[in-house]
Design a protein around this ligand. Structure first.
Ligand SMILES: Nc1ncnc2c1ncn2[C@@H]1O[C@H](COP(=O)(O)OP(=O)(O)OP(=O)(O)O)[C@@H](O)[C@H]1O
Ligand SMILES: Nc1ccn([C@H]2C[C@H](O)[C@@H](COP(=O)(O)O)O2)c(=O)n1
Length: 698
């Protein structure tokens, strides 16, 4: 995941290949709650691992569920609809996860116990009043701890004997379908008791030491929910009903107005359950297939984990994408998408059935042949942010003309000359971040800056990595930092790479490993061994992982850092055949979203077209002192004098060799950091980099 302050996506030329997407958020959090309420153990496969599922899991753990994770499989031992009695007040933090806040509010109101449910500030602006009204009408006790109608909430135990289950429970369906989902998921707690009943006559005794089952005299009867107002986002209700059925609750539906949970309903674990890949997340890659072309013969994006027969409503995004011109093929659990009509065809769509995925259409509209209108999307205004305003603002920054109203957005396409390089604000909304990445395919070849890209952690932590695995840039940006030994190149380059979210190449380590391999093979850095050492360099079984350098699986990170290994590297690097053998390996590090490379010839030979080249120096005295400190801190004893004469010898050899000598590139910027702190050097390089970027401040 990119945890940087911003992520610059260079202009993208095309995309092709296969992506496997993370599990559906909607299915994951519903399955987690149902598994928690059921008795027995449920094994969940391919669960989404994200912020929203993490807050749900934390809450369920706090409620007493057993949770064991192994790879992409999770085993949940449910509480069987029973809380341990007389627990203390339990505070539960639910982040910005509506799929946790709403259903847990309903379930905890019926479970008994005292709870305080809170979230991030935006969660405290997301309405929950209609659900609280429905639960209060039923006899549950919920208090607002902040603004009426919004979390945070305090929940106190309800008296199950007095729950008003004789009359239908009425809930509004026109603000968020999650209110109805919450009731459907939770109300079997009141219907599923096996205590004496009015309707079925079934009875049994609770196990010893466990609180009496929910329900009391009101249990054992059908529970009816009536929807007030036109129900929005119906496909999400279908997911809810589908999963309830998997857990043994067969809800009867009459139209979209009336839902009946049959008397005696009781959650029963299906044992194993698989989570489909997220259809809303698939929308970005369906759009990618529709917008981008790939190399000849690789002209499609294949999406694995979800197919057209998905139970998720957002799968109907495919219909909208097809309407805009995408060619979509599908099979069991896969989709394949390629560009059809180009430019895309403008669309006028009632997008009420695909509210989340429809945001992707708003960005696709920039590539269309006329204005596109998305209607009936008032729910966008009460999501992670006001998505109508957010999309309109950010699309305008790209240069687009956008009209919007209470429940619609109209986006005009952009001509090549109209595209602007924009810093996209993401409003802590994962979907804003993800869909605006598609703007990087613009024909004007301007880059796109995504601010706070880590917000994708809500549902798709590796979104950008997945995009970059199939996308191709016109040019991947490179920053080169060359200079003599111990000038601080590595320290500076690694930190600049981290702050920009770029890859990092420590080219010296390749020469150091070659020197080590040479020694181990009993060779020397002399012309008579040049071909053999070059052959070793060309086939180095090298692997970089978590800051370690592995040679044929062996961790050689420390061994290559000694002064003797540095000298060997310096010697081996004078051999032209070795340098040639390492050329392609170094250039392969140039990958999206960018690269920071340090060494001696990064700017002169390996990446001569780099956008920024820095030649870093410091006085020999300073460098010897820094290296001395560095070695002493590692417990290696040495003297300042010997270090200084070694580094001067190394500088002399590196600068005087015939091939790719250490020297500043003609267009390099010089930075003498003798009197600068590490932070000052980093700031200087980042300022130089920013000066080269076309983005206006956000
Ligand atoms: N501006 C600076 N001020 C003070 N110390 C610094 C500065 N930059 C780097 N250092 C310190 O100097 C030491 C050497 O830095 P570093 O290993 O990054 O140098 P290098 O140029 O990559 O060396 P080599 O080429 O030998 O790998 C480190 O301990 C680092 O913390
Ligand atoms: N691009 C490079 C990088 C390194 N070398 C050689 C010369 C150095 O003395 C030696 C070790 O490099 P360090 O790890 O100290 O950066 O490797 C080179 O020739 N070209």
């Amino acid at each position: 995941m990119f945890s940087t302050a911003f992520l610059d996506i260079p202009a993208l030329a095309g995309a092709s290949g296969t992506v496997r997407l993370p599990g559906s958020k909607s299915i994951s959090n519903r399955v987690l709650l149902l598994a928690a309420l059921a008795s027995g153990t449920t094994t969940v496969h391919d669960l989404l691992d994200s912020d929203d599922t993490r807050v749900m899991l934390d809450a369920l753990r706090a409620l007493g569920c057993g949770i064991d994770a192994a790879g992409s499989t999770l085993r949940i031992t449910g509480i069987g609809g029973q809380l341990k009695p007389n627990g203390p007040l339990l505070p539960l933090f639910l982040g910005n996860a509506g799929t946790a806040m709403r259903p847990l509010t309903a379930a905890l109101s019926l479970l008994g116990g005292e709870f305080e449910l809170s979230g991030v500030p935006r969660m405290h602006e997301r309405p929950i009043g209609d659900l609280v009204d429905a639960l209060t009408q039923l006899g549950c006790h919920i208090d607002y701890l902040g603004n009426p109608g919004f979390p945070p909430l305090r929940i106190r135990p309800a008296d199950h004997g007095t729950l008003a289950l004789d009359t239908p429970i009425r809930v509004r369906g026109d603000v968020s379908s999650q209110f109805l989902t919450a009731l459907l998921l939770a109300l079997p707690l009141a219907a599923g008791s096996a205590a004496p009943t009015l309707g079925t006559g079934v009875s049994s005794l609770p196990p010893e030491g466990v609180a009496p089952p929910r329900g009391g005299p009101s249990a054992g009867r059908d529970i009816v929910i009536e929807v007030v107002g036109e129900l929005i986002s119906k496909p999400y209700i279908e997911i809810t009903l589908n999963l309830l059925a998997r857990f043994g609750i067969a809800v009867r539906r009459e139209g979209w107005e009336r839902f009946t949970i049959p008397a005696g309903s009781r959650y029963s674990s299906p044992g194993d359950i698989h989570v489909e890949a997220d259809a809303s997340s698939a929308s970005y890659f369906i759009a990618l297939g529709a917008i981008a072309t790939g190399a000849p013969g690789q002209n499609s994006i294949r999406i694995e984990g979800v197919g057209a027969d998905s139970i998720q409503g957002d799968i109907r995004f495919i219909e909208a994408a097809r309407q805009m011109g995408a060619q979509v093929d599908s099979g069991p659990n896969w989709l394949e998408v390629r560009r059809g009509a180009w430019p895309l065809k403008a669309i006028d769509l009632d997008a009420n059935h695909i509210p989340d995925a429809a945001m992707t259409l708003a960005v696709m509209a920039l590539y269309a042949d006329g204005p596109s209108t998305l209607r009936n999307i008032a729910s966008w205004r009460v999501k992670e942010t006001d998505r109508i305003d957010a999309m309109a603002n950010e699309l305008r920054k790209l240069g687009a003309t956008v009209e919007s109203g209470p429940d619609f957005i109209r986006v005009h396409p952009l001509a090549q000359a109209g595209w602007l390089p924009a810093s996209i604000r993401t409003y802590d909304d994962h979907r804003v971040a993800m869909c605006f990445s598609l703007a990087a395919f613009n024909p004007a070849r301007v880059p796109v800056r995504i601010l706070e890209p880590h917000c994708v952690a809500k549902t798709f932590p590796d979104y950008f990595e997945t995009l970059f695995s199939v996308a191709e840039a016109f040019e991947v940006p490179v920053i080169c930092i060359d200079g003599p030994t111990a000038s601080g190149k590595g320290t500076l380059a690694a930190e600049v790479a981290r702050l920009l979210g770029y890859h990092y190449l420590d080219s010296g380590s390749l020469y150091r490993v070659t020197g080590l391999a040479m020694r181990r093979a009993g060779l020397s850095a002399d012309p008579q061994h040049e071909a053999q050492v070059a052959a070793l360099a060309a086939a180095l079984p090298l692997h970089f992982t978590e800051g370690k350098v592995l040679l044929a699986g062996e961790d050689v990170s420390d061994e290559i850092r000694t002064e003797a290994a540095g000298m060997d590297a310096s010697r081996v690097s004078t051999l032209p055949a070795v340098r040639a053998a390492l050329l392609a390996l170094q250039q392969r590090f140039r990958q999206l979203p960018g690269l920071v490379a340090d060494g001696r010839d990064m700017g002169t030979v390996i990446f001569p077209d780099a956008a920024l080249k820095v030649f870093l120096t410091a006085s020999a005295a300073q460098r010897a002192e820094r290296r001395h400190k560095q070695l002493i801190s590692k417990g290696i004893s040495t003297t300042l004098d010997s270090l200084r004469s070694d580094l001067e010898a190394r500088d002399a050899r590196d600068s005087s060799r015939s091939v790719a000598p250490l020297k500043p590139a003609q267009d390099a910027r010089h930075l003498d950091n003798s009197q600068l702190s590490i932070e000052q050097s980093i700031d200087q390089v980042l300022n130089w980099w920013q000066e080269k970027q076309p983005f206006k401040p956000a």
